[in-house]
Design a protein around this ligand. Structure first.
Ligand SMILES: [Zn+2]
Ligand SMILES: [Zn+2]
Length: 348
């Protein structure tokens, strides 16, 4: 019986069930080599993008949406300033940033690039580590997340996309606000049950992945317990533990949630379209940095199985830096990158 890449000690990828699944979903062709990957659904002619209806939005609506995205983080920074020295210290900064980066990389490297797209192969314990770190981000159990995300790629910006800001958009300002809020966070409250057997049979066949997914509540508790305990031990106070829980736990989860959902919403609306991807995905530099490389989203939709999303030297991709380091350490193999001729053929 087949064992999947991420759960087994050997490093295998070619001709595996993963490639068959991704190929059947038209996300990645099974015949692609490691260095010449592509998504068949994006084999559209170069003028395909221009056939799509352009977002029809007034300046007021764009400004209002921009304010809705930008003002909450500004308010959070203001609260940090006001609380500084009282309810916010260097320990809390370290816990907030540290937990954000660890759980964020768990989502970007683990949930997304490894488990969903199989953009590299690694050994079981390394895969499990990133899967657990990603679970601590509280974005849902790993198998559900991957199924939803594969569905997003298969149907990007069409009516079956779980979180498109464009599909089914009603006209006018209210329609725009409704679509944006749906793509950002509203979709989470829909009764979403992607067909697991269709989208993630490879993950369902891997015992370790199923176990990590089932133990999701444990990882959530662990994710808030770690900063709480560290905060308490460093300051040797109950107040330090409470602040660790608050900043490294609750605030960090909220912040990472909004950054991740902004990749669904913001990165399908604002930014540059460098490659023909057959959808409305964009490269957004701000999200590229905040989302640890995931904001180079047009690159990602054009080359879904690439382990590197920031394809140009100046497109900083923190997750890629880590994957490349793992490769140098011998912990990541079969790292997939798009071939230069494929990059050239897709350029808009
Ligand atoms: Zn997308
Ligand atoms: Zn993806």
């Amino acid at each position: 019986m087949h064992q999947s890449t991420i759960g087994e000690p050997q490093l295998t990828l070619d001709n595996s069930i993963e490639n068959q699944v991704l190929s059947a979903l038209d996300i990645v062709s099974a015949s692609d080599s490691d260095h010449a990957i592509h998504a068949r659904r994006h084999e559209a002619p170069l003028d395909h993008a221009s056939e799509q209806p352009a977002p029809n939005t007034s300046l007021f609506v764009r400004l209002a949406t921009f304010a809705a995205v930008v003002l909450p983080p500004i308010a959070l920074v203001a609260v940090m300033f006001l609380a500084w020295g009282g309810w916010f210290h260097w320990v809390d900064v370290a816990l907030l940033v540290g937990m954000y980066v660890i759980t964020g990389l768990g989502v970007t490297i683990g949930y997304h690039r490894l488990y969903t797209h199989k953009s590299f192969a690694t050994r079981g314990p390394v895969a499990a580590f990133f899967g657990i770190c990603g679970s601590m981000a509280v974005q849902g159990p790993i198998i559900w997340w991957c199924a939803t995300h594969r569905k997003h790629h298969q149907h990007s910006d069409d009516e079956h996309d779980p979180h498109s800001p464009h599909a089914g958009r009603e006209p006018g300002a209210i329609g725009w606000v409704k679509s944006f809020s749906h793509s950002h966070i509203g979709w989470l409250f829909n009764d979403l049950a992607p067909d697991m057997k269709r989208y993630v049979p490879d993950l369902l066949a891997d015992k370790t992945t199923v176990r990590i997914s089932k133990l999701f509540p444990l990882w959530v508790v662990l994710g808030v317990a770690i900063p709480t305990v560290i905060g308490g031990l460093v300051t040797m106070s109950w107040m330090g533990a409470l602040l660790g829980f608050l900043w490294g736990g609750i605030v960090r989860i909220c912040l990472l949630h909004h950054v991740t959902w902004s990749v669904n919403s913001v990165c399908h609306i604002w930014g540059a379209k460098e490659y023909n991807s057959g959808d409305e995905s964009r490269n957004n530099p701000v999200m590229g940095i905040l989302a640890l490389g995931e904001g180079w989203h047009n690159n990602h939709h054009a080359f879904p199985a690439s382990a590197r999303h920031g394809l140009k030297w100046w497109q900083f991709d923190a997750s890629w830096v880590v994957i490349r380091s793992l490769e140098k350490l011998g912990l990541a193999k079969k790292v997939r990158l798009p071939a230069p001729e494929r990059l050239a053929s897709r350029r808009v």
